[in-house]
Design a protein around this ligand. Structure first.
Ligand SMILES: NC(=O)c1ccc[n+]([C@@H]2O[C@H](COP(=O)([O-])OP(=O)(O)OC[C@H]3O[C@@H](n4cnc5c(N)ncnc54)[C@H](O)[C@@H]3O)[C@@H](O)[C@H]2O)c1
Length: 325
């Protein structure tokens, strides 16, 4: 099978490549990625050098002719590419609308024109807005509350419009917050690990009592695999873990692992429009044979160690000297 993976140099996309190669070593994979500052440039270049069945096209999903041509001859498209940081979306909502909205439309249209037999769009549980007591399900109304999730929601609607109008065989996943290796240190877990081990402050938004549900990246990748194999086009599937933590609990865990005390915590003004909580119900996907397999405490510790040992993957962190043992 020939896979076309947009955003395959990003956090989840790169983990997905490793996952897929492990389980389907005979497949051919094309990564289509602009290689923005958050991408794993060193790792993807190394992987494409070592694996003859993985190739990299460095290009923008907003460049439709290049995208359409690069996609020719592929059987399966998995669309990860996005601007993914909510904070950045508050500063430049237009960029998020273009990349996550128009860029996704381009991916769906190119797949239609190339008669790709299966497409999957990787979305987020943030499109359901803020958790107010009822777990998010596939039937929860789409009510995004920030520019990132609004653009992701728009692309999800477009995916379903392409399914209903033109018969594009596309499914959607809405996953909760994901953690693990290869995530650029601008998001909560990798950023706070990097700050803690280099004796920088941990800037906690507001009271830090916002809750998030945390899914290990390998479980996320297996969930997408399950949807591709057992799920149906035209449907959405929620990927949750049931592991709910307040942000301040994550911070405490990092302090413990880094042998640092609370004096490095700095409470800063809360993010504008910050959703207090997201919590999701993945019963439907569990019905297809998927369930999260990993133990949070073990994987969290492994993730901490991974960042301690691998920060040099990102050039800007190459010269960091960690002070923790
Ligand atoms: N990280 C999470 O917790 C999480 C949870 C649920 C869903 N998601 C979704 O999963 C997908 C992947 O998220 P991630 O955390 O790996 O993101 P990421 O920011 O780590 O990676 C995004 C990748 O997309 C690429 N990209 C960005 N703009 C592009 C463009 N215009 N053209 C081509 N490539 C471009 C980047 O270079 C990068 O490699 C996103 O669609 C995100 O919305 C993420």
């Amino acid at each position: 099978m020939k896979l076309f993976i947009t955003g395959g140099a990003g956090f989840i996309g790169y983990n997905f490549l490793l996952y897929w190669l492990q389980h389907n070593p005979e497949d051919t994979l094309t990564v289509y990625d602009k290689l923005t500052h958050v991408s794993n440039k060193k790792a993807i270049k190394q992987l494409t050098d070592e694996q003859p069945n993985v190739s990299l096209v460095i290009a923008d999903i907003l460049d439709y002719p290049t995208l359409k041509e690069a996609m020719i001859g592929h059987d399966l498209v998995i669309h990860f590419a996005a601007e993914s940081h909510v904070d950045d979306s508050l500063l430049d909502p237009g960029l998020f609308m273009r990349v996550n909205g128009e860029g996704s439309l381009n991916v769906f249209h190119a797949a239609l024109e190339n008669k790709v037999s299966r497409v999957h769009y990787v979305s987020t549980d943030e499109v359901f807005g803020e958790f107010t007591g009822d777990l998010f399900t596939e039937k929860t109304p789409i009510t995004p509350r920030n520019p990132y999730s609004a653009a992701k929601a728009g692309a999800g609607h477009m995916a379903m419009a392409y399914f209903n109008t033109y018969g594009l065989p596309v499914s959607i996943s809405n996953a909760v917050n994901t953690y693990g290796p290869f995530q650029y240190p601008n998001k909560l877990i990798p950023k706070f690990i990097m700050n803690a081990i280099t004796d920088k402050k941990l800037p906690v938004y507001g009271d830090g009592k916002q809750t998030r549900e945390w899914l290990y990246v390998e479980d996320h990748c297996r969930g997408i695999d399950t949807i591709i194999k057992n799920g149906k086009p035209g449907e959405r599937y929620i990927l949750g873990s049931g592991v709910i933590k307040e942000n301040i609990e994550i911070v405490q865990l990092i302090l413990e692992l880094a042998h640092k005390d609370e004096t490095i915590i700095e409470h800063v003004e809360d993010r504008l429009g910050h959703d207090r909580s997201y919590q999701a119900d993945s019963t439907r996907l569990r019905g297809l044979g998927w369930e999260p397999q990993v133990d949070f405490d073990t994987r969290f510790k492994e993730t901490f160690e991974w960042y301690k040992n691998n920060y040099a993957l990102w050039p800007e962190f190459e010269n960091i000297h960690t002070s923790s043992n």
